[in-house]
Design a binder for this molecule. Sequence first.
Ligand SMILES: Cc1ncc(COP(=O)(O)O)c(C=O)c1O
Length: 402
Amino acid sequence: MAGFIAPGTHSGCIMYASEFDIDEQTTYLNHGSFGPSPRCVREARQQWTERLERQPMRFFCREMEEHLETSAAALGKFLKAKPSRLALVDNATVGMNIAAASVELQPGDEVLLTDHEYGAVRNIWQERCRAAGARVVTVALPAPLQDDTVVTAVEAAINDNTRVLVMSHVTSPTAAILPVQALCQLARKQGVITAIDGPHAVAMLDVDLDGLGCDFYCASCHKWLCGSFGTGFLYVHPRHHHKVRCPIVSWGGSISGRPAAWQDRLNWLGTRDPAGQLALPTAIDFMQQGALSEFRRHAHELICGVRRRLLQLEGVGVFCTATENDVVSMCAVELPQPDNWEPGYHGHPDPLQVELRDEYGIETPVASWNGCRFLRVSAHLYNTPSDMDRLLEALSAARHLR
Ligand SMILES: Cc1ncc(COP(=O)(O)O)c(C=O)c1O
């Protein structure tokens, strides 16, 4: 498979930025929701699909399983996880559904979520609790978020009925990094299972999955890692392997006839093209051949710069993250609430988001969380200081900012 061949010398992120083909009419500041992949990854994916199309029987029945294991091994090395603990799934949503289905819950049990959790993740656990007669409990984390006060708040919310603690590694609405390692230690001491929602942490942070001590960790690779869309993973600690249940029931055994493994229930969810998963090692190679450190340096510089300028706008304030050390490649700031403001919701974005998109070609989310209105900005290798200038100029002129 073709990989990304890094030239011997390069001029920072310009070389990496040329790997992306972002629409020239768009200022794309939402890598945090949907992260486009570099050309080398798109080409590798295409080549895998072509290989499948040439001889589907050979590919699906005799080759695919081994190639998926190669991808899981590359991912495991990148995330410091034994590959035997990883299953490749389509995205974090699928991973979290499988985690929820694999946990035993009885009537009266509680699943504790922080108030910064992603809406779909909240829905998954609400549905799981409804089916089991259990209930979701929400712990409000004190703002601005600080590791010690977060741990104290979660500790106070755990009681004898708490069975599972669900937390983001990096939160979606508030773009904050949570102290997941300390929270896992706390939960383990109390006999509480941990399910971490990690799509923003992969590549944004150094992730040490085996070292975290969590029970389940779900993530998508089509965010900061720049994997193909429709790629993610589920990490399961061995103490739960025998309990893994997939809401999609299929054959459940090895396709190539190798000894059974817990991932067999997840590898074959009916016939589908695994090309994105098989191109994951190319995304990891791309990152490891220099792009990762350049991405973190460049994105942090852009995000700190834009955050400083946003905070100078009238009515714009700090939102959950107190300092520049608390953000890497994504930040959120609180916006003023116009008279008669109503929180936007799925499919009905805030008028400012629509104005930025339709009148300035800027894609960035404006949404609501806990009664606050916020703007979230993401930066990756292809973003430039001019992108941030365009956002600031648009906001200065926007009708719907306040
Ligand atoms: C914190 C968090 N969890 C889960 C998800 C769901 O990711 P996916 O749609 O790739 O399953 C997202 C998506 O933005 C997210 O931000």
